[in-house]
Design a protein around this ligand. Sequence first.
Ligand code: G6P
Length: 610
Amino acid sequence: MCGIVGAIAGRDVVPVLIEGLKRLEYRGYDSAGIAVVADTGVRRVRRTGRVSEMESAAAAEGFSATLGIGHTRWATHGGVTEDNAHPHISHGELALVHNGIIENHEAQRERLRGLGYAFESQTDTEVIAHLIHHYRAQGADLVGALQQAVRELHGAYAIAVIDKRDPGTMVAARMGCPLLVGLGDGENFVASDVSAIVSSTRRVIFLEEGDTAELTRDAVRIFDADGAPVEREVHVSDVSLASLELGPYRHFMQKEIHEQPRAVADTIEALMDDNAFSAELFGKDAAGVLEGIEAVQILACGTSYYAGLTARYWIEALAGLPCAVDIASEYRYRQVVANPKQLVVTISQSGETLDTMEALKYAKSLGQSRTLSICNVPESAIPRASRLVHYTRAGAEIGVASTKAFTTQLVALFTLAATLAKLRGRLDARQEDELLECLRHLPGSIQHALNLEPQIVAWAELFAPKDHALFLGRGMHYPIALEGALKLKEISYIHAEAYPAGELKHGPLALVDDAMPVVVIAPNDSLLEKVKSNIQEVRARGGQMFVFADADSQFGESEQVNVIRTPRHAGILSPIVHAIPVQLLAYHAALARGTDVDKPRNLAKSVTVE
Ligand code: G6P
């Protein structure tokens, strides 16, 4: 969702801000703006729509400065208008950008109106600008005014502020939303995401909850929630520029689908080096946390939730542990029955999905301290709030529709299931070797599945004119059917639903006619014969079937039954391999329909609001 970038330097920072905002576009936004402190005072340009439109306006107005802030906004409080876009300005002097939500903005707005402040937007953000201005007017310096103001805010924020009366300083604050400081040579930066500043520096400090920061060209001072100066660790980010650029691909989603053999290989690298499942893969003191657990509770949203649903089959079958999987936004408001001996696993690509974070906090508040985060973004909020962490190594995922993050999450969850099985004495050396061997073959099997692309393109052309589609799967391939339907609807806008194939005759069969394509995930596992019966039920109603099977599935093709086969059955890892063709189907159906694949309408990559 919203993104922040700010820079203070000896050079013109406008190109830095524009490039930073372009790199944040993937998060999802509907307006963009920058403000700079120039010789003439604070100057601002904002536009609804794309960053490139705002860039042209800034160029036309000859923007140039050594201090500035920028923002991409995803509307929450107030519609998508230029007046509501950030930065917000108080009294023509102070400009501010904000991610998050200020819950007590109405009360603050009333108070500030009483103090003579006039409001130009419907946003919760504008109160912060006026509040800081108010404390400056009372004599505080910029960082002091920021510290006084944030003490009065309830809610979540990442903030960056500049002021024309202080042209050598930028200040920032963080609570509940990520914000980092980038350290350059004679220049410093703030950003909500390292990708925004990676062309300028890789040395970053992740602000902690309640921190404020004061940046000049040559120095950075950080203060904790009590206002006391603190030192924070400097990290060197390994985000590569290549992962943020399209290269020869048409879309990031296409690039990321094709990166999966490498992403999976990177994610299992440590495991392959050790040639054994071990608790250490989840952190130094993981053995103590994982030993003696009685159950697993998985919490996640969106595609990450479907990774969790798949993992349940592995955790139950291999580790013999009961496993519940909940949508984070449901769990956090339910009166759940807590179990302190339960492992609470959050799954999040971004590590900043608000509902997942809040569900984790809720789980911990109930005395469940054994927490593990499976995440793709180092140092993000959810892993930082978890006792154990396992980072997937998918690399930056830019396409809104998650692909390589999903398959690497599945690999991490499979590793967890096998590790728990071993800790519980349910995996002997031979079985361990077999599972490791399966994983070793996985990147190759994924590559084989990618090679099916030309056949899938032909199917996608048949799908593109349709309004609806049904996805069926059984057992551990049912979550893959769910993921296939989600991918199709989010990027091609074709309405799609997924059902466990056994549920077909309890309702969805009524929808089947020759206008309804039915996608079936049907690998050669113990449920194949059941799936074949379900296929007959569709066939008898004139339905058109598109079956993803494997070489051993023995499907006869006919006018009504189209089959694409992966070269061999991937055993217990088959759901991971079958994720690939459903991703490709959605991608090519969207291409054929001409949608904005990487930025589907109304959706955001990082969902940092409820
Ligand atoms: C958004 C994204 C999805 C993602 C979901 C959960 O809806 O568009 O691709 O699966 O959030 O995000 P997370 O970062 O927590 O995995």
